[in-house]
Design a protein. Structure first.
Length: 86
């Protein structure tokens, strides 16, 4: 099981190029619950270099239920809904 602080969701998501997409093995991340802050402890110069190299991942599913889900459902931070414009 899990104990202690847990970060359940980070937005924007890695799939759309959020900062979490730039995290590398060995990076340090500061979490301050009182300030409601999560910070990737990497220099702005390094983050800019990583962002420049970042490319969106190719979808793993081009047909079937998971492909439909990817196309129709909003991100978790937007409620993971299909009727956002209703």
């Amino acid at each position: 099981g899990t104990w202690g602080m847990v970060v359940g969701h980070v937005a924007p998501e890695a799939y759309v190029g959020g900062t979490i997409a730039l995290v590398r093995e060995g990076d340090s991340i500061t979490i301050d619950a009182k300030k409601r802050l999560i910070h990737l402890d990497v220099s702005a110069k390094e983050l800019a270099a990583r962002r420049k190299k970042w490319k969106p991942p190719q979808p793993r599913h081009s047909k079937g239920l998971l492909a439909k889900y990817r196309k129709l459902v909003s991100t978790a931070s937007e409620g993971a809904v299909t009727d956002a414009n209703v």
